[in-house]
Design a protein around this ligand. Structure first.
Ligand code: PMV
Length: 363
């Protein structure tokens, strides 16, 4: 399969206007993607839990227009016009135009909102870009009569990837692999696929409590961070390690070995941040409270034997991961000992989810 698969045949139907709404979740990587080639092709495979509660709800209204010389769109976040989002969407439209040739035919109104606070330090790019990609492919589905469910999901993921790499892992759940690896049958650099092997019940309804350590803007964007992997002294080994970690993760997911799971995901999180600290220029996204929390988690785990672990995104917030049946004790610990390290005491309770949903479609 190549990207040409996603260039559509001439459309058979015409539509004047309409509106479509999708909600799409965020995701949290267990094996991390950090470093990419041209056209958002990842340097190494990654796998994530799809989240359930942290999501973006996007409505896309479209109206046929007279001229097709330019893209025409406006964006609203929580009902407020957001012109500063326009360059990102313009770039996205330019990248995906060849795959969605109707883009210049319509004026679009994008209305979006997140279920998590905008300034929470939680990236909205995965949920936001996947929600928008889903709205767009829903329009294509009306224009063309030939779209199967499999193609729909693959193309949605493919388009989302061109907006933000990790967004391609938000279309479905509950465990999604992105990036070609011989360890996962059917894996692709072009789009995310469902993890195809057996997963132990220990991982059903796995919990992710996100501790909001720093709600500010990141000092270094993901785009800049990915680019710093190009001449990174440890890049080659890191990419090999991520690939090899799939071979370690597979028996863990099958057997439900939580201690081995924790060891792998914590190592992945710290390796991601180690890559940042050893790039040139180097940078640190963790904050003192990130480290305080990590040390508290380790101490609590040692004292109680509970299966609490952490992972980190490209930021200071800590994702606390634990099985559902240990929720009571872990939440008590979080409230009593970790909330003090969160900005304004804020945290978000989430758990593994099953992907995006279409809310409405009118025309
Ligand atoms: O999707 P991007 O380009 O914002 O990259 C995000 C990469 C990490 O979140 C740090 C890791 C991952 O695999 O999600």
């Amino acid at each position: 399969m190549t990207e040409h698969t996603f260039i559509p045949k001439p459309y058979l139907n015409t539509i004047e206007n309409g509106k479509v709404t999708w909600e799409s979740p965020s995701n949290i990587a267990l094996i991390k993607y950090w470093g990419k080639k041209k056209d958002q092709i990842p340097e190494n495979p990654s796998i994530s839990f799809t989240l359930n509660n942290c999501k973006t709800i996007t409505s896309l209204s479209f109206q046929k227009k007279e001229t097709t010389s330019d893209f025409s769109f406006e964006i609203f976040l929580d009902g407020e016009k957001k012109d500063d989002f326009k360059p990102k969407i313009q770039t996205f439209f330019e990248r995906i135009e060849v795959y969605l040739p109707f883009l210049r035919d319509y004026h679009f109104k994008i209305e979006t909102q997140n279920t998590f606070p905008h300034s929470s330090g939680i990236a909205s790019s995965a949920s936001g870009m996947s929600a928008l990609a889903l709205c767009l492919i829903s329009i294509e589905k009306q224009l063309s009569s030939e779209i199967s469910e499999v193609y729909f999901n693959q193309k949605a993921s493919f388009l989302a990837r061109l907006g933000s790499g990790s967004a391609c892992r938000s279309i479905e759940g509950d465990l999604i692999v992105w990036g070609q690896t011989m360890h996962i049958e059917g894996s692709s650099d072009l789009f995310g696929v469902k993890y195809p092997y057996k997963v132990h019940d220990n991982f059903k309804a796995y919990q992710d409590t996100i501790l909001l350590v720093d709600k500010g803007e990141k000092q270094v964007s993901s785009t800049v961070g990915h680019n710093l992997m190009h001449h990174h002294p440890y890049a080659k080994n890191r990419f090999l390690q991520a690939d090899a970690n799939f071979e370690i993760l597979k028996p863990i997911l099958e057997s439900g070995n939580l201690n081995a799971f924790i060891q792998l995901i914590e190592s992945e999180a710290l390796t991601l941040h180690a890559m940042m600290m050893t790039s040139m220029p180097y940078f640190i996204l963790m904050k003192p409270n990130t480290l305080e929390i990590i040390n508290k988690i380790w101490k609590f785990r040692q004292e109680t034997g509970l299966h609490i672990g952490f992972t980190l995104d490209a930021g200071a917030n800590v994702h606390v991961l634990y099985p559902k049946n240990e929720s009571f004790e872990v939440l008590e610990f979080i409230k009593n000992e970790l909330v003090a390290y969160c900005q304004n005491g804020h945290y978000i309770c989430d758990q593994i989810g099953f992907g995006a949903y279409q809310l409405t479609m009118d025309n």
